[in-house]
Design a protein around this ligand. Structure first.
Ligand code: FAD
Length: 279
């Protein structure tokens, strides 16, 4: 049973439109901020495609007085561009980063050169010392391009040994995959916290498509139940809140150090789930 207060964080993507941006800053963030998260984070488009938008979104959330962590990858950038971006974040008073290799931008196929996350972590430590608290990504159901379960854990250890402070997982619905993964990580000598990434169920068709690409499994019983609701969105919503609340409860009761919610820039259902947890 965990005794410390679990860490709670909320992830956004940088909004694509002025309306989306206004909603995120004027409605979503104040509503989620009222839940007392430890920080927000803002994703970085594949290949650095949202470089300016991520920076602007981070700066605006920071102005609202909330702690916020930009996600960062080399994307297609060189060291100077990444160094400049780190400097901008430091000037803004940002203290936290999520360091990633990132995905290959669609259309670039094998032409893109991706820098592994452990190299980015090393670079951030070389350039900015201990200024940033660095999070990295972890995969309880294993990264889709991993050579094997064991090498994926070895590379996670490499990122943490390179100076990252903690890890946040890809989302999962199989709670056993997370705890088995924690055991394997501990056996491999990893002693830093691995926070559970949780995706509330909103648009199921999109979730199913996205899950196929990122290697997260949606258990058959969840798919069957949701299919059974047909177009009854209220029942799907209620079921999703129930299932994800139970998942989070089990995680926290069994010792997960905290939860990172993939909010999809929406207050609900994250707020209901967070409130159900009572914390
Ligand atoms: P890495 O840790 O570099 O691993 C990538 C693959 O290479 C793995 O299969 C690993 O086993 C292998 N590997 C790792 N290191 C080495 C090495 N040194 N030598 C050989 N092989 C190696 N994507 C985005 O584009 N933007 C985001 O903002 C974003 N945020 C995310 C946040 C979280 C919490 C998570 C879990 C994922 C996020 N992603 C994001 C997705 C992520 O970018 C992809 O999963 C990507 O394919 C891998 O990134 P990584 O940092 O985990 O890569």
């Amino acid at each position: 049973m965990a005794t410390d207060k679990p860490r709670i964080s909320f992830e956004y993507f940088p909004p694509k439109t002025a309306e989306g941006r206004a909603k995120l800053l004027e409605q979503t963030t104040p509503a989620l901020q009222a839940l007392g998260p430890d920080f927000f984070s803002v994703t970085y488009g594949a290949g650095g495609s949202t470089r300016d938008n991520t920076l602007d979104t981070v700066a605006s959330i920071n102005e609202l007085g909330a702690e916020v962590a930009p996600h960062l990858s080399f994307g297609g950038d060189d060291a100077n561009a990444v160094r400049d971006l780190l400097e901008r974040y430091r000037e803004l008073g940002i203290k936290r980063l999520v360091a990633l290799r990132g995905d290959i931008p669609s259309g670039m196929g094998g032409a893109a050169h991706l820098v592994y996350a452990n190299e980015l972590v090393e670079f951030v430590r070389e350039t900015t010392g201990d200024h940033f608290h660095i999070e990295v990504a972890a995969y309880p159901e294993i990264h889709p391009q991993a050579e094997s379960y064991d090498t994926d854990i070895r590379y996670l250890k490499g990122k943490l040994d390179a100076g990252a402070n903690s890890a946040i997982t890809q989302y999962f619905y199989n709670v056993e995959s997370y705890f088995y993964f924690l055991d394997q990580c501990a056996a491999a000598g990893i002693d830093k916290p691995i926070y559970a990434g949780i995706m509330p169920i909103t648009n199921f068709a999109n979730l199913a498509r996205f899950s196929r690409n990122c290697g997260a499994e949606i258990p058959r019983w969840i798919c069957q139940r949701i299919e059974g609701f047909g177009d009854d969105q209220d029942s799907i919503r209620a079921f999703g809140i129930d299932v994800v609340t139970q998942l989070c409860q089990t995680l926290l009761e069994s010792g997960a150090p905290g939860i990172h919610f993939y909010t999809m820039n929406q207050v609900e259902p994250t707020r209901s789930i967070r409130n159900n947890l009572g914390l």
